[in-house]
Design a protein around this ligand. Structure first.
Ligand code: TRP
Length: 367
């Protein structure tokens, strides 16, 4: 049975129909013309996880004309980070490398503190600290990347207050689906996130920033775009790049972190191997004989999807894996082995860089 789709920044319900979202939200699909200009960017961008945008064409044009452009995307530190959480940051880093621009990364510990009933104040700050090391470990450029935590960089409040004054309660309620039982932190937080999104312009003056985010975050973008050109601010409307939800290991389209459904960045080699073998949803047949005869379905196979979006940037190699799996030449166990090795190589390096990141924090943090 299909459940009716309901999407807010804090809740995803039912089967997600991306085509319908583009229509409902009034965003634009990513055109071939745009795709050509991001051919060298991360697979997440060029292979379709990012499917919709607002004004990204204008962002690219501004860059072509030699004007300042920037990237801003944030992390809600509700837990330790898993692969799915990396999506906007891998894209931000790739845009930084390709277009040589500044990247701003707010960490909304206040948001998660308000929204997660069981997350206490100390833990929300602990997760910020830990997640920030993961972000630095991704290899953003020093001196061109600025990370800040809402509970530490409290100056952000001055910007949020100016924005809060321009959002009515009924508007916030309608845009974010606020409920009477929600604490009032929920109703103020949108002003904080709008301040994050306009932060590059508060810092550097008027210019166009792009926000790579999950499509569920678009309400924040809409709200911020209205405020950017409203009576208090003479800013550019921020652009956006919208991602689909990356499937969990079990093939669930939503971002759940239930047992075995995610690879955490802190997982050991053995944990990765066990999780992939046990949980990674397979597009293969029930027996080897049947698989050899009918082949597998790479579109449904989560291991193939992870190679496509994260771990096999080489188009020819990916195509060979795709074709071999589809023809039955490559077995599910063999496909899983390829992924296990790729993930473990990535995590080994990541975990080492995360250790080193402890010494670099001050170079990235705004206080
Ligand atoms: N709300 C986002 C999340 O839960 C995190 C976030 C905070 C963010 N500030 C942002 C995302 C600014 C984009 C832009 O994942």
């Amino acid at each position: 049975m299909t459940k009716e789709m309901k999407i807010t920044p804090w809740e995803v319900e039912g089967d997600v129909d991306y085509g319908k979202l583009v229509k409902e939200f009034g965003t634009s699909p990513i055109s071939d013309k745009i795709r050509k200009k991001i051919e060298k960017c991360h697979p997440l961008l060029r292979r379709g996880i990012y499917f919709s945008h607002r004004d990204f064409d204008k962002w690219l044009e501004a860059h072509e004309k030699g004007k300042r452009v920037s990237v801003i995307t944030g992390r809600g530190p509700s837990e330790k980070m898993h692969l799915g959480h990396l999506v906007p940051f891998l894209v931000a880093k790739s845009l930084q490398e390709e277009f040589n621009c500044e990247v701003f990364i707010p960490v909304s510990d206040d948001e998660k503190f308000y929204v997660k009933e069981n997350l206490n104040f100390e833990s929300s700050m602990k997760f910020s600290e830990d997640n920030i090391l993961d972000l630095i470990a991704l290899g953003f450029k020093q001196g061109k990347t600025f990370i800040f935590e809402d509970f530490v960089y409290t100056d952000i409040y001055k910007y949020a207050a100016r924005i809060a004054k321009r959002i009515t309660y009924s508007e916030a309620k309608a845009v974010f689906g606020l409920k009477p039982e929600n604490n009032i932190g929920w109703s103020f937080y949108p002003a904080m996130q709008a301040a994050h999104i306009l932060f590059p312009q508060f810092m550097r003056g008027k210019h166009i920033s792009v926000v790579p985010v999950g499509i569920d975050q678009d309400p924040f973008i809409r709200l911020t775009r209205d405020i950017a050109t409203g009576k208090d601010f003479n800013f550019e409307k921020p652009a956006a790049l919208h991602a689909k939800f990356v499937p969990s290991l079990t093939g669930d389209a939503k971002m759940s972190s239930s047992e075995g459904s995610q690879i955490f960045l802190s997982d050991t080699e053995k944990e990765v191997e066990n999780k992939i073998k046990k949980y990674a949803f397979s597009g293969g047949q029930n027996t080897i004989e049947e698989h050899r005869k009918h082949g597998g379905n790479p579109e449904k196979d989560v291991s193939f999807q992870y190679l496509k979006f994260f771990f096999e940037p080489n188009d020819e190699k990916l195509k060979k894996i795709h074709d071999d799996y589809k023809s039955g030449k490559l077995l599910t166990s063999e496909l899983k082995q390829i992924l296990i090795e790729k993930i473990n190589a990535f995590l080994k390096e990541h975990q080492e860089k995360k250790r080193l990141a402890k010494k670099q924090v001050e170079k990235f943090l705004i206080r």
